[in-house]
Design a protein around this ligand. Structure first.
Ligand SMILES: C[S@@+](CC[C@H](N)C(=O)[O-])C[C@H]1O[C@@H](n2cnc3c(N)ncnc32)[C@H](O)[C@@H]1O
Length: 264
């Protein structure tokens, strides 16, 4: 495992890192997020639509398609180099904010929302199997029109700002510190107005992951821990576990999809 040194990171937090840094469990501010390679990440994770992502996408499509939401200010938190959470919100979005901290990922997102790459068409086709999505003829153009990319940390999200939201593989995968993971879930749910529908996905039991040449930390979350953090800020919560074969990312047990409504 190679951890990227904190020095020079574009991350928030104290200008001088804490003197005692646990190299195996770095805090979010100790990781060089600008070293995240979005192209390598897409190539490894999303260039071909996998069955596990198809299953997740079908579930969030059906969830948002039945959530009676329209003309909403939507948010995807920690978008990184994945557009399918944003696509799942698109028909219901008056505006779509993609919040991301890494400068490299912010740059990738800005080019993608102008006109996204062909590999995302397969994801949209899955969405378009649902009538609420099928009526949207030109999702590429719609995302360009309503999408906006903000370099904003999950820890700095404003409260009660959005009416629907997604956060995929973020709380589990931005820090080695368990309390930061809980905090990220709380900030995400608190950023939604009361009763807003949301979907969030988590790696379970992850010990970190490689993107290109760089290794990034994770918290080895268990299902019960995620549920406890979510239940503090949500109701009508539904959990669904996906155990992919073969496994995709390094050292993890499976993926957990959570849908529900924010308490506010
Ligand atoms: C494992 S990736 C998940 C990316 C994407 N959401 C997906 O579904 O594949 C974690 C993402 O969180 C971003 N990130 C790291 N620290 C963050 C922070 N404090 N606030 C928001 N995003 C952050 C990383 O740059 C990266 O894009």
């Amino acid at each position: 495992m190679t951890l990227i040194p904190a020095a020079g990171s574009g991350c928030s937090g104290p200008p001088t890192p804490p003197s005692r840094v646990d190299a195996e469990r770095p805090a979010n501010s100790e990781v060089e997020w600008d070293g995240f390679d979005p192209w390598a990440y897409v190539q490894h994770n999303y260039s071909v639509l996998r069955e596990d992502d198809r299953e997740i996408l079908c579930r969030i499509r059906d969830f948002f398609g039945g959530a009676s939401v329209s003309g909403a200010h939507c948010v995807d938190v920690g978008s990184g180099a994945n557009l399918y959470p944003a696509l799942s919100l698109l028909p219901f979005a008056r505006s779509m904010e993609l919040c991301e901290w890494s400068t490299a990922n912010v740059g990738w997102l800005r080019t993608q929302i102008e006109s996204y790459d062909a590999c995302w068409d397969a994801y949209w086709q899955v969405c378009a199997e649902h009538p609420a999505y099928a009526t949207l003829a030109d999702p590429r153009h719609r995302l360009a029109r309503v999408g906006r990319v903000s370099q904003l940390s999950v820890f700095d999200l404003p409260r009660h700002a959005w009416g629907a939201g997604t956060m995929f593989f973020v709380a589990c995968s931005i820090s080695g510190d368990r309390t930061e993971s809980e905090h990220a879930i709380g900030r995400f749910l608190g950023a939604l107005r009361p009763s807003s529908p949301f979907a969030a996905a988590f790696m379970l039991g992850s010990h970190g992951y490689r993107v290109g040449q760089h290794w990034f930390p994770a918290v080895a979350l268990q299902r019960a821990e995620v549920l406890t953090s979510i239940a503090a800020g949500a109701y009508d919560v539904d959990l669904h576990e996906v155990r992919p074969t073969p496994s995709l990312r390094d050292g993890y047990l499976g993926m957990l999809l959570v849908t529900g409504r924010s308490r506010g």
